[in-house]
Design a protein around this ligand. Sequence first.
Ligand code: SAH
Ligand code: SF4
Length: 355
Amino acid sequence: MEQVNLYNFNRQELVSRLRGWGFRVQDAARVWDGLYRELVSSTAALADLRPDLFDRLHEETCLRLPELQVALTSSDGETRKFLLRLHDGQAIETVIMRFHGRRDRRQETRRFTACVSTQAGCAMGCVFCATGQMGFNRHLTAGEIVGQVVFVERLLRAEGAGLRNIVLMGMGEPLHNYDQTLKAVEIVCDPRGIALAPRRITLSTVGLPDGIRRLAEEPLPINLAVSLHGATDEERRRLVPPARRWPLAELMAACREYIERRQRRIFFEWTLIEGENDTPEQAHQLGRLLAGMDAHINVIPLNPTGGYDGRPSDDSRVKAFQQVLAGYGLPSTVRQRRGIDIAAGCGQLAATQTP
Ligand code: SAH
Ligand code: SF4
């Protein structure tokens, strides 16, 4: 019999399954605690479980965590990248970054951010992205997304630290794998488990309008980041193939609806590529596109990849770009290309490992 991965269940599903087997809600609570509070590595570690439940779990379920293949630490020690292998051999990446914030001074232990993958590969094909260059292999299950978070949280706990933020910005397009991604979010936010605050989770999308509208209706208020990279259809299409199917007008309409419905700002991402999308005129176009919206722009100087010969914009061009945006009342932040020496850009490590 195929064993089900327990990380695929939300708490309600675990309760129903165990009740279906004739056990009590309290038994399910005990298992849930073991999975997400104690972070046990197998059901065998649930020492005080009643023997009949233990046997049933042992027969029909498993705790399937991704397996560590390669671990790399950046030279500044702030970023760690993991190549993880799924049970069918697919390789995915998870990154841990140290969080620097005001609370750091107060010895906050939960000071790390995990960058998590939602697919093995990606079908969207953005030209500068290592994952896009690799193509799409498959969607991850909720349990495989949760498994990355459990992997990270266990590692951090062993160091006396903990996870504070999650960004769904690893390999893959989360809104192309909508249900499993949102289920994973629900599981890691469950107040009786890892209990991450939804506001500490950011989902980054290439910009699928239907998915954005759906997200606006979700009960958990996670943050949304939309990857733009071009402020006209023509320019965006050159970098982001899905822009051919969903024109900017439709994407921006969905974004406006989202902001209106959620009363929350959207983060827009802009990978700055020298001579491609970093001129003052292009900054003005972006400024005009977003002026008046509750928007924050993250500019990310390109992390060069094997399959694309663009170069990152230098500091002076980045600053000039930001200044133009500021003139439209648009705040922006430069996202450091952290861990560039360990190929910590999206999909870059997996790209070096895939045969
Ligand atoms: N598929 C989602 C999330 C994963 S990519 C999305 O596209 O938003 C996360 C962010 O990294 C996106 O903004 C993406 O455009 C950016 N990115 C991908 N490859 C990059 C590279 N080589 N250099 C800089 N940014 C990159
Ligand atoms: Fe996929 Fe995002 Fe990479 Fe585009 S940037 S190919 S959507 S992972």
